[in-house]
Design a protein around this ligand. Sequence first.
Ligand code: ZN
Ligand code: ZN
Length: 181
Amino acid sequence: MEPTDLIDLSGLRMSPGEGRRLDLTVLLDAVRLSEQGYAPDPDLQEVRLDISRMLGGGYALQLRFDTTIAGPCMRCLTPTRSEVEVDVRELEQKKRDPEEQFDSDYVKGDELDLHRWANDSFVFSLPVRVLCRPDCLGLCPECGKELNDDPTHTHAKGPDPRMAALSGIRFDEDGNLVQGP
Ligand SMILES: [Zn+2]
Ligand SMILES: [Zn+2]
């Protein structure tokens, strides 16, 4: 199915109170997170759009899709995949009273920018961290070894030169310095 970018809401010719369900395809763009590239998989995403024409005029919109994002684990860099669930709503209702007015960023005139709404919602719904597993141990900060393969990996600690310098300091009984480093 060809991806849908824009939908002419008035072109649907819905009467007030009517609901319409559209199954559409949207092109999702790759995103950058923590300086790494992440790709929606698939990039041609099937989405479900529910449109309700409200009795008082305007539209209530709901967009839903489940997808995955592929890219490096944010701790160990292993290629991984996380599930992304998108379920968002928008209200577009023009009223004279500004208190009752809802102005969706994605509706201009009678046109719904489905591509931008789907992509913004996708980014908004991403997990805070993309991890190969929730308890990923990441990489050794000293040598970069993957700790999931070797959880007991450690480095022998040599003497810290700062501590060695301090150990050369001596004080007498009155607290006066008698020997510097
Ligand atoms: Zn990992
Ligand atoms: Zn190491």
